[in-house]
Design a protein around this ligand. Sequence first.
Ligand code: FMN
Length: 191
Amino acid sequence: MLESLAEIRDDMAQRLQEGATNRKSALHSPVVATTDADARVMVLRAFDRVGWRLRFHTDARSPKCAMIGDGAPVGVLFYDREAKLQIRCRGRGWIERDTPLADAAWQESTNFARRCYLGEGPGAVSDSPTSGLPPQFEGVEPTDAELEPARENFAALLVELETADWFSLAHTGHRRAQIDLASGEGQWLAP
Ligand SMILES: Cc1cc2nc3c(=O)[nH]c(=O)nc-3n(C[C@H](O)[C@H](O)[C@H](O)COP(=O)(O)O)c2cc1C
């Protein structure tokens, strides 16, 4: 049982680190919410404890990129069923496309992952069920040269978390706390 806000903050940092690095972690695929009342699952690619910064990869043509732009409020919801834990974060997000950070994120992706950016943009309407990929790349890993046109569709979404609402389920009584992540200040709440 975590007994102090400081312990909770440290525990959240460890869990986010694990979420970014362990594909089997429940925190690897949070829900990312935008101000248009839309929300979607995204894979957490990196977590930087200094600055509480999350990195996601996405298609620059997707609606969420237009919504987030250069600093919109973003919600990130983590749920670990086994740990009986909900972490509900608010922060600011921004999209990077042509920066060293986006280049590095592209470099660290596999060609299979990069393939997603070769096709139609997310939400493009089709007459029939479609992957959106050009037919020659269905089930096929493209070469580096074939992936060149995909790079401009790739973007990194960065989210700097500001607050966390931590909720722990327990038979003995649930616990809830709100924490300002930068300062560590916060308060206990009735769940
Ligand atoms: C398990 C899972 C993981 C996903 N991971 C990502 C991701 O890392 N990046 C992403 O842009 N979309 C991801 N998606 C798709 C999004 O949930 C969403 O459908 C897509 O990004 C559409 O963009 P929009 O939300 O801007 O309309 C994932 C979907 C699922 C089911």
